[in-house]
Structures are given as structure tokens and as C-alpha cells.
Ligand binder design. Structure first.
Ligand code: ADP
Length: 594
């Protein structure tokens, strides 16, 4: 209160110096401050900490908002600091709708602006609603290729199209690009990479990767598609590194569940943001238009049944037809956020499950393609990710310490599954425990290997704040925090320590060998499974052409990424999504321009 009053007084004083004394003498605050420019700083709480803005007021109106400090996800924050800023200026108010898909950042940003407004002491002039200042879109637009969905698959496809000399547009229904790719851990499997070589892993091959992937999906993936994935993953990784300039950690790999080798490259920052940021930069460099808030609604065909256009709706409700001379690529991702669709194909995964997915993941591409008789497969195979936030359903990236040796225990303080098992197996095992949750336990030694806490400090801080993660000096302290019997937990840890020494996990055969938990401090985190990846989707051939219900090619229609259903079978192995979307995204762009 004191600070606010002082601040207010100083603003008034400054105004007195800047403007005429007679105005300062006025009792009407709006009038007194509306005759010149005032700048005020405000702070709000975003998704990753404070957002600090400087708001400029002139003549009772907000004329500018500059962001001074923030730690938000660059891709998700972009429309907040541009589109939402425009809305605030236009409405002359901080009471405007948040950017969908970036709600937490929007909230913090608007809070900061409101804070500045309050501190300024100004009464802002009411404005009458004005139409969008954005120029209207042409209602008929023509490109060689129309790509639907700005995730990893869509970007990869569009870049290849443009590189081949054809024109291309990307339609994205959300205000932000990136889809699930953006919020994923971003790790990517590939055999024989430069990182494997530098770590001395010399015995990995495309064949081994193929076998792991096929087996990991209970042999329900199409062998010829899995073969392409396994054989081209290295080229895809090199393309990301060399063409797109994605930076991967040079000296660390993850071994996700179901893989017989450590083969997952890790992007810097340990999230898909590195991939999306660089893919978006490449599309900008190539001048590929990306139309956000543009929802594809319908595929149009010519008299011969060839797909030749997409009907879309803009944010303002404008209907636009995007004609495609060469064809359309569906890269709309999965349907993890569509509860009704989940229930239609697998009734178990109803609303009692949260999802790790972005809100745009609603299966639109599958539905649109089905309307023109596209074939679908594996739809009932929906994967839950085992270690997610019990409050939000969001995937825990801090808990990637599991790939460096963290163990899983139940409320009874006992291990119940091999920690590097497949996601579906671990999820099922967790759901079979009392309370349908688990705890992940690791120590500083494990934390120092992958540095997942440093990589995801904001997630860590939030988990601690919510009482879902606790750092303890002793096992006893860790147990007591979550009301686990300390003796049982100590016994479990003693066994783990013994198995770590011999290299033989006699209970669950931990495939990469357990790590000793003798030394603290310890981290213990509560987790639940949450819907993560939909393995089913459109049937495509090896050139990514969409096939109809009878297996015939639908001319002009291509698909790549999570929207397709032929690669992962019953279960997708960790690190295989990025390998899939980049590989087949690129193939779609190359095939369509041949
Ligand atoms: P993938 O990993 O296969 O690339 P992502 O989930 O990363 O999939 O990206 C899919 C993108 O497609 C998301 O950004 C999503 O919002 C977008 N999308 C989904 N449905 C539509 C639609 N009807 N029109 C335009 N974009 C869509």
C-alpha cells in the first residue's frame, strides 16, 4: 500500500513537471493525466514466473506495451506479446480474451498490464468496439500444396515442398504453432548417431531399432513403415541438425522404455521448443506463410475424387478456400484431447483421465479424411504416459530422471515394475496400485547425470509449491513427507543399492542397471498416468499417400505424423514420435512435389 501511494505520488509529481501546473491542480485524475505520455511498470505471474511490462499511456489510452522481463515458452508467448497486445490497445483495457493454447502466459501478461494501469492511477477512456484492424484474407487462395497443422510433421513437410520449388501454405487452427511437438520432451531416436559414436556405443543398427519398435508396438505397426522409420531416422536427425540447425546435447542420450540401446538424442533445453523454434525460423526464412487461427474444416475433391482444396475458417469466422494444385498434407496430430473420440474408440480412456496434449489435438484430420472415405487403423490403441502431474495431467519432464536410474514405488514403499518398461506397461502397473498413483524416487547422483531439474527448473518449483515433489536429506524424511512407511522404503532402497553393486536387479531386471541410492539428498515425486499419444489414425502407404477404406490411394491426399496409424501399432516407444513425424513429414513433402 505504502509503495503504491509513494509511486502514485511520484507519478503525479513527474506529471506536474512535464505538464502544466494548472492541469495538476485539477481534481479530475483522468483529465490531469490524459494530456501527455505516462509510462508505468506492472508485474503479473505467468506460466514460468513473473512477467514484467512497461505500459505507455497517452490521452487516457494505452498506446504501447513493452515486455521487460519474462521466462515464458518463446513459441507460446509469441501471439500473447503481439496479438494480445493489439487486443489490449484496441480495447484500451486489460479485460480481453486470453490467447487459446497460451492461457497461463496470457493471464500473467494481462495481470501485469492491469497492475500497471492500477499503479498509474489513470481512468482509461472507454472505447467503442472497433472491427479487427487485421486485413481480411482473400477468400480464394491457391498454392501448390496446402499443409494442415503446424506441428513437427507439418513444418517438415512444408519445408521440403518449398525446397523442391513449389508454393505451400500451412494452416494452423490454434493461435500458436507447435502442437504436441512443442510441449514434448523433443527427444528423438536414431541409430548410429554422432552422439552414440562419441559415447562409444558402437553396436546399434537400424535393424535393432526396427526390431525394438516393431516389438514395442506388439507387432501391430506395418513392418515396411517401421523399416522406413528405422532406416531414415539418422538422416532425419542429421537434417534437423544440419538444415534446421537444431542443437542436440553432444554427450547425453536417453534410453527410453522398450529400447535395447541408448539412442534418443536430446535437444538443448530438453523440450520440443528447440525443434519448433528452429523449424518455424526455417519456414520464415523460406517465406512459407503460416496462417494461425485458421481451422481446416473440410477436404474438397474434383469430379474425379482428387483432393484439390481445403475449406477453412479464420478467427473472425471468415470462410476461406485454399486450393491445392498438387495436393493436401494432413498433419493435424492425434486426438488425445478429444474425450468423446477417445471414448468412441476406447471407452476405458474416458474423462477420468487427464491428457498431456495440447487443446488442438482433437482428431480433426482423421474426421475430415473419413468424410471422403479414408481408411483408419489401430484407433483403440491410446497410450497413457505413466509419469504425469496428478493435478494437471501434464507430462513431467523433471521425472525424466527415470531414464538415468530413478525408481518407482507405491504407497506401500515397494517397487512394482521395471522402471524402463514400456509406457503402457508402467501405466497399467501404476493403475493397479493403491490410489492409482506412484512415487518416483532418485538421489543427487542420478539428478546430476541428466540434470533434469536444471533443465526444467520452473516445473520443479511448481511441483514443490504444490506439494507434489519433495527434496529430503534422508530416505526417512522422504517417506514421511508422503506418509510412506519409512522402514519399508528403506528396505526397498537397500535392495536397490545391493542390486546396483552386483549389476543384477533380481526383482525387476532393470535393463540399464540400477544406480545406488546410498547417498542423499533425495527427490520424491508423486505421479499419475495421463493420456499421451494416439497410435491409431489414417492409413498411409510408404510414400505417405492416404489410402481409402478398400486400400486404394486417394489422389491428392497425403498424411504424416501422429494423425497416421500405421507405424507404432499397439504402443509407441519413447523418442519415436519425433523420429516418425520428421521422417514421414519430409517424405510427404518430397513425394507431393515429385
Ligand atoms: P505432429 O506431431 O504429428 O506434427 P502436432 O500435435 O505436433 O502433431 O501438431 C499438429 C498441429 O495440427 C497442432 O498444432 C494442431 O493445433 C493442428 N491442427 C489440428 N487440427 C487442425 C485443423 N482442423 N486445422 C488446422 N490445424 C489443425
Amino acid at each position: 500500500m505504502r509503495t503504491q501511494t509513494t509511486k502514485l505520488l511520484s507519478v503525479v509529481l513527474i506529471l506536474c513537471l512535464v505538464f502544466s501546473l494548472s492541469a495538476c491542480g485539477s481534481t479530475d485524475k483522468t483529465a490531469s493525466k490524459s494530456e501527455g505520455t505516462v509510462k508505468e511498470i506492472g508485474v503479473g505471474n505467468g506460466k514460468h514466473g513473473d512477467i514484467k511490462v512497461e505500459v505507455t499511456f497517452a490521452d487516457g489510452k494505452i498506446t504501447n506495451v513493452d515486455v521487460l522481463e519474462q521466462k515464458e515458452n518463446e513459441v507460446l508467448a509469441e501471439p500473447v506479446y503481439t496479438q494480445l497486445k493489439d487486443s489490449v490497445i484496441q480495447a484500451n483495457s486489460a479485460t480481453v480474451d486470453a490467447i487459446s493454447g497460451s492461457t497461463a502466459t496470457s493471464k500473467g501478461y494481462l495481470e501485469a498490464i492491469q497492475d500497471a494501469i492500477t499503479k498509474s492511477g489513470l481512468t482509461l477512456a472507454a472505447v467503442t468496439a472497433v472491427g479487427s484492424s487485421k486485413s481480411k484474407e482473400e477468400t480464394e487462395q491457391t498454392f501448390d500444396v496446402v499443409v494442415i497443422g503446424a506441428g513437427g510433421a507439418g513444418f517438415s513437410s512444408a519445408i521440403e515442398v518449398k525446397k523442391a520449388g513449389a508454393s505451400v501454405v500451412i494452416l494452423e487452427k490454434m493461435p500458436t504453432v507447435g502442437g504436441n511437438t512443442l510441449i514434448s520432451g523433443g527427444e528423438m531416436n536414431a541409430p548410429n548417431t554422432w552422439v552414440q559414436q562419441s559415447l562409444g556405443i558402437k553396436d546399434d543398427t537400424p535393424e535393432l531399432f526396427y526390431q525394438d519398435t516393431l516389438k514395442g508396438g506388439d507387432n501391430l505397426g506395418k513392418p515396411e513403415m517401421v523399416k522406413i522409420l528405422a532406416e531414415q531416422a539418422l538422416a532425419s536427425a542429421e537434417w534437423l541438425r544440419d538444415e534446421i540447425k537444431v542443437e542436440f546435447l553432444p554427450d547425453h542420450l536417453f534410453q527410453f522404455g522398450g529400447h535395447s540401446r541408448k539412442r534418443a538424442l536430446i535437444p538443448v533445453g530438453h523440450t520440443g521448443a528447440e525443434l519448433i523454434k528452429k523449424l518455424k525460423a526455417k519456414t520464415d526464412e523460406l517465406q512459407i506463410p503460416v496462417k494461425t487461427s485458421m481451422k481446416a474444416e473440410k477436404l474438397l475433391t474434383d469430379a474425379n475424387g482428387r483432393v484439390n482444396a481445403v475449406e477453412a475458417t479464420s478467427k473472425d469466422g471468415q470462410k476461406i478456400t485454399f486450393h491445392a494444385n498438387k495436393g493436401v498434407v494432413i498433419a493435424t496430430g492425434g486426438f488425445g484431447s478429444n474425450v468423446e473420440m477417445r471414448k468412441k474408440y476406447n471407452p476405458v480412456l474416458d474423462e477420468s483421465y487427464m491428457s498431456t496434449d495440447t487443446p488442438g489435438t482433437t482428431g480433426d484430420g482423421i474426421v475430415m479424411a473419413q468424410e471422403i472415405k479414408a481408411g483408419i487403423t489401430n484407433m483403440e490403441n491410446i497410450q497413457t504416459y505413466p509419469i504425469c502431474n496428478p493435478k494437471t495431467g501434464v507430462i513431467s519432464l523433471v521425472a525424466d530422471s527415470r531414464f538415468d536410474g530413478a525408481i518407482l514405488i507405491n504407497q506401500g514403499g515397494q517397487r512394482f515394475v521395471e522402471e524402463l518398461e514400456r509406457r503402457d506397461v508402467i501405466s497399467k502397473a501404476i493403475l493397479a496400485q493403491e490410489g492409482k498413483y506412484a512415487y518416483q524416487l532418485w538421489n543427487q547422483r542420478i539428478a546430476d547425470i541428466g540434470k533434469t531439474i536444471e533443465a526444467h527448473q520452473d516445473e520443479y518449483d511448481q511441483l514443490v509449491k504444490d506439494g507434489l515433489l519433495y527434496k529430503a536429506n534422508t530416505i526417512e524424511e522422504a517417506a514421511e513427507f508422503f506418509k510412506i512407511d519409512p522402514k519399508t522404503l528403506q528396505n526397498t532402497v537397500n535392495k536397490v543399492n545391493a542390486y546396483a553393486k552386483t549389476g543384477k536387479d533380481l526383482d525387476f531386471k532393470h535393463r540399464s542397471g540400477l544406480v545406488s541410492l546410498e547417498q542423499g539428498p533425495y527427490y520424491i515425486q508423486k505421479a499419475v498416468p495421463s493420456v499421451h499419444h494416439t497410435m491409431g489414425g489414417l492409413v498411409i502407404d510408404k510414400d505417405t499417400r492416404v489410402l481409402d477404406e478398400s486400400g486404394k490411394i486417394i489422389a491428392g491426399l497425403y498424411a504424416a505424423g501422429e494423425v497416421t496409424g500405421v507405424v507404432h501399432g499397439a504402443n509407441r516407444l519413447g523418442g519415436n514420435a519425433i523420429a516418425d513425424i520428421i521422417t514421414f513429414g519430409r517424405i510427404s513433402g518430397q513425394t507431393i512435389t515429385k
